[in-house]
Design a protein around this ligand. Sequence first.
Ligand code: UN1
Length: 513
Amino acid sequence: ATDFGIQEALKQLGVSATNKGTSTGSEWFASGSEFSSTSPVDGELIAKVSATTKEDYERVITKASSAFKEWRVMPAPLRGEIVRQFGEELRRLKEPLGKLVSYEMGKSYQEGLGEVQEMIDICDFAVGLSRQLHGLTMHSERPGHRMYEQYHPLGIVGVISAFNFPVAVWAWNTALAWVCGDVCVWKPSEKTPLCGVACQNIIAKVLKDNNLPEGISNLINGDYQVGEFMTTDKRVPLISATGSTRMGKIVAATVGQRLGKSLLELGGNNAIIVTPDADIKMTVIGAVFGAVGTAGQRCTSTRRLIIHESIYDKVKNAVVDAYKQLRIGNPLDENNHVGPLIDKDAVKGYESALTRVIEEGGKIVVEGGVLSGEGYESGCYVKPAIAEAENSFEIVQHETFAPVLYLLKYSGDVENAIDVQNGVAQGLSSAIMTNNLREAERFLSHTGSDCGIANVNIGTSGAEIGGAFGGEKDTGGGRESGSDAWKVYMRRQTNTINYTTELPLAQGIKFDL
Ligand code: UN1
């Protein structure tokens, strides 16, 4: 079989057949049992990683705590300079890292490169941010007083990331956390541990070259039990977690129990509303990429198309036609549009969604199925499917992390479509395709989409790093990446200074002694 340069990429990234799974900077250790990373592309074992034990974890936290004491007093723009160098290393290693992402996770090589590009972009953003960690200055109600606010480094930030964006989501968090003066402990998904090893190697080199403490970047590996070391640990003031709503509820409860902060980026159930004024060509591109890109495994993947009855058949036929062009296969081969699902459990989830939608009265318009035979040996390749359904179906209410698209029909005004769009538990991304200003503005208004992301004439996926990323309701409420998402990585302080010889009390209170 063609190796597509994987061995060479692993070598460049310092990933070997057996990797120690725990690291502070360039120091690696391991006392836990080994687990395997298997590629969904060809079902082959890529390499092994040892899981982090409680003892390993304690070592990490000790290192991280002492690194924080040094890192927090380094001026923010100098921390920005370190993140700039990290971005440069990512530019240099974009191809091997994009390839590893593609091979370990299964997304197309193009998307793997795109993911590394998101890392580079957030580094650039963070470098600028390192000179803009602004607070406000307020007018005091008391004479001779000054009042202002500051943002101070928070401490150790725990990052728990998902398999679907195995490198970018870490970078969104760490690039910001680092310029904010925090140190990070990362637990990547147990399905993509090698992406974690590779990224840790990249930042470790930068830290070492600059003679900085190892504990600024730390890696731990394993399943949810390893994640629990952090969620239950008071020494980790912020947990940023990406994954399912089920996982997020557990993390929120655990972290909330100790009054820690959590930043949650959970499931979506994203829809595109297609109104009678939509540009059908644009709709098809947005909907098809949204539904089948990353094999439907983005939080922002398009799950539902809410189409006006007057153009329903036209849109349906155009989308069904486009699906006929899709090539499913090895994601490292640039001719293919759709790669495999992450593993066989995901394939089961996909199959059961298709069974359920029929049981509930839906109608399949593009047949799904698991592919077998040459090139599909991993058993993880599935055909993107489309079903006509109702929003009230239980399965439509549920996020299935696979390329299954539901077509829903609406009649009357755009308000009716917005009701359908909002009529799910999740609230991540949403879109409307229309050239009608009134419909677009209504969709974006207070009574419009209830999601964290609402787009006009763009699909639901592929958000830029410059905006705050995240969503409402069952999506968890957190915001990562651009805009002022950095504030969650810092502790906020209000300062009032009296430069007189009197001590007037606020609210005009008299307290004569
Ligand atoms: C995710 O699926 O967790 O907006 C992140 C997008 C990407 C990020 C998705 N920029 O689709």
